[in-house]
Write a protein that binds this ligand. Structure first.
Ligand SMILES: N[C@@H](CCC(=O)N[C@@H](CS)C(=O)NCC(=O)O)C(=O)O
Length: 353
């Protein structure tokens, strides 16, 4: 393991917070580098993706994409594993992680950029932090970033006055799901965090727990979630002991999440993959009576492909067990509604390097 890895990201970014919490949990020596626009372009050149966070190793290798990065670090550094070994538990932890990563993105970005106090605060922070190397007056940097984010992540991501209530309900129901679990245990599966905790952490820490409007809702409606955010941020694998044997099942209090995965997230992933396979750039979708016009995300075709591959890679006993639980929560058919649409995202299996 080389000495220190350079960790590029922003103190207010969704996926940066997720990976940073993991680096802290496993006490992986790293130097945190706050992004400027110059560094951001460099990441694009080095990794092929202009996204944060990114890791630069002393031997010149670069990594990006939070889930494969955490999976790689989990396997190659010492400490409690965050990807459970027991196949049944591994499947559901990764399913929930994927749901949390991708399905909470829209509400997180909507809360930040559609509510004026949140937008004012965050556009100011990005203007003085990441955009400090942009040679424009502060008021202009602020206006530019605010306009860009709304264009891309609110209007451009299908949020309208008609479906705004539904977008916000996705956050509120997840607060309720997590509050119910976290009144009983320190982390989602027990006394140690797993990849499912880190998946939820992305939105809960850097958006919902930080931005004024959703943070107030979290404090009022879900104090256990608020406490868990700080607990995970300060968790150290070397200091934590498992008080129970490794989980071999998924508690029933995960069912509301799994039902939402089956009812909302998987139908979305399928519609996205279907539109991608037809060469479309956008598609229409109605979820729980809310109508959306959405951009096609090639990365989320890869997410569905990964989930299908994970299911197929399970030993046959575990696959039957997983199938039973997916059927119980109404999520089995939705996983297979689109049969193996190739995303082409990582054909050479090189993620995360
Ligand atoms: N799948 C990637 C997504 C990374 C991502 O989208 N990061 C956001 C910030 S949290 C980003 O870089 N956005 C670029 C932009 O807004 O231009 C991961 O899990 O790391």
């Amino acid at each position: 393991m080389p000495d220190k890895v350079k960790f590029y990201g922003l103190d207010l970014s969704y996926f940066t917070g997720k990976v940073e919490a993991f680096l802290r949990y496993r006490e992986i020596p790293h130097e945190r580098i706050e992004l400027s626009t110059k560094y951001f372009r460099m990441i694009g050149r080095k990794t092929g993706h202009m996204q944060m966070p990114a890791l630069e190793w002393p031997d010149g290798r670069w990594m990006t994409d939070s889930t494969p990065m955490i999976a790689w670090l989990d396997a190659h550094t010492p400490g409690h594993r965050v990807i459970p070994e027991y196949p049944f538990v591994k499947f559901f932890s990764l399913l929930v992680e994927d749901y949390a990563d991708e399905w909470l993105w829209r509400p997180a970005l909507h809360f930040r950029w559609s509510h004026q106090p949140d937008k004012d605060l965050m556009s100011y922070r990005i203007a003085v932090e990441m955009m400090h190397d942009v040679p424009l007056p502060l008021f202009l940097r602020k206006a530019l970033i605010g306009r860009r984010q709304i264009r891309r992540y609110v209007n451009g991501d299908g949020v309208t006055p008609a479906n705004r209530g539904h977008v916000e309900s996705i956050y509120l129901r997840n607060l309720a799901f997590l509050e119910n679990i976290l009144t009983r245990r320190p982390f989602l599966l027990g006394s140690l965090p797993t990849i499912a905790d880190f998946g939820y952490f992305a939105s809960m820490f850097r958006h919902f727990g930080l931005d004024p409007t959703p943070a107030r809702l979290m404090r009022d409606q879900a104090p256990n979630v608020y406490e868990w955010v700080a607990r995970l941020w300060n968790a150290k694998s070397s200091r934590l002991m498992a008080v129970e044997p490794p989980a071999t099942t998924i508690p029933d209090d995960w069912d509301p999440i799994l039902k939402d995965v089956g009812q909302c997230y998987l139908p979305y992933l399928n519609a996205n993959a279907h539109a991608y396979s037809k060469g479309q750039r956008s598609f229409d979708l109605t979820i729980e009576d809310a109508h959306y016009h959405l951009p096609v995300h090639p990365y989320r075709v890869y997410c569905l492909e990964q989930l299908q591959m994970l299911f197929e890679s399970l030993p046959s006993d575990a696959r039957k067990q997983v199938q039973g639980r997916l059927e119980k929560v109404g999520a089995m058919n939705p996983i297979w509604a689109q049969l193996r649409i190739k995303s082409g995202w990582d054909d050479r299996g090189r993620q995360p390097a």
